[in-house]
Design a protein around this ligand. Structure first.
Ligand SMILES: [Zn+2]
Length: 340
């Protein structure tokens, strides 16, 4: 009996010690994990992408060569390269505020980019200040004495193309039951600062500024969509933030919604009209800075590219561009409606 009792005590002691060791291991392990989840660099917080992806229900793994981390779920694939300032969300290039960082075999994304890009597009239900979608402000860029880009050999003037696509878009949006206000519906010169003023005065729920590009190189082509640069970040064409980037504009109140709108518009453009996907970029355009509603500026192709110019001469292609914009806006609208 005594020996049995002693054996029982010994077994209980061994079990207790093992549990103690396990608890200690777990405590040390979770502390180590917690240390790895965030990282500070140049005064900014970075989040571990694999852990962040895990919270969004995504699995993370390195692609061949260990240069690109992939996050994957049933519907979404995100590819992010080491030290890159572009993230590919379902293959759409989204220009980030800051390059990613690699440390001890893990990839880190600036917390600002995690919030303003990943959360905006993947979990808009987590965002506050939800917009509605009833009245769309269409801004046909340039006009009057301001002709914009041109390709005279093909008889293309940006101000005319912008207005043509804007009118086609207006017809489709109104047919779907949305209200539309145009910042111009004729060949009139409207100063840049007037355009967001019209959007705000008319209580617009969405602002879309329509433009076409031109470049010295005739091979440049494709679509790009711009959303307002968030505070403290450099616009996409600059490598690092400067002092002027610390200013916050009214348009920054809609940062996450600008991103969500830009993502859907750019995606619909590339899917609907084909061509090179130049991605969702950031710029502090005057027409976006002072908006009280979500807004984007789209560049619908290069008039300087002969193949694009040839297509732009056809009403069929201009209609396709307008339909793609319509698809992007309505997908964004449906995403808002689905929010709980
Ligand atoms: Zn323009």
């Amino acid at each position: 009996m005594r020996i049995d009792a002693l054996q029982g005590d010994c077994i209980r002691m061994v079990v207790f010690c093992r549990l103690l060791v396990l608890a200690l291991c777990l405590a040390v392990g979770s502390r180590a994990l917690a240390q790895r989840i965030e990282l500070q660099h140049e005064g900014r917080t970075y989040v571990d992408l694999a852990s962040a992806g895990g919270r969004l229900g995504m699995q993370a793994y390195w692609l061949k060569g260990y240069d690109t981390l992939r996050l994957r779920s049933q519907w979404t694939t995100i590819d992010v390269g080491k030290g890159e300032r572009i993230l590919y969300l379902n293959s759409l290039p989204i220009h980030l505020g800051f390059p990613t960082l690699e440390s001890s075999g893990r990839l880190y994304l600036a917390q600002a980019d995690y919030r303003q890009v990943l959360l905006s597009v993947l979990t808009p239900q987590s965002l506050s200040n939800r917009p509605k979608l009833r009245r769309v402000i269409i801004d046909a860029g340039h006009g009057g004495k301001d002709e914009g880009a041109k390709n005279e050999a093909y008889g293309l003037y940006e101000k005319k193309l912008n207005l043509d696509v804007a009118r086609r878009l207006k017809v489709m949006l109104e047919r779907s039951g949305l209200e539309v206000v145009m910042t111009r519906n004729s060949d009139a010169f409207i100063p840049l600062e007037r355009r967001p003023q019209i959007a705000n005065r008319e209580n617009g729920d969405l602002f879309i500024s329509i433009h076409f590009n031109a470049a010295d190189s005739t091979t440049a082509e494709g679509f790009e969509t711009f959303a307002l640069t968030p505070q403290y970040q450099a616009s996409s064409k600059y490598p690092k933030p400067g002092r002027g980037d610390n200013i916050r504009y009214e348009g920054n109140d809609q940062d996450p919604w600008n991103t969500l709108l830009g993502y859907h518009v750019q995606r619909a453009l590339v899917q609907g009209a084909g061509g090179t996907d130049r991605g969702l970029k950031r710029a502090r355009f005057l027409v976006l800075k002072h908006l009280n509603c979500p807004g984007v500026l789209v560049e619908l192709g290069f008039v300087s590219n002969p193949a694009t110019a040839q297509k732009l001469r056809t009403a069929v292609f201009r209609q396709t561009l307008a339909e793609s914009l319509y698809d992007g806006i309505t997908r964004y609208g449906k995403r808002l409606q689905r929010l709980p």
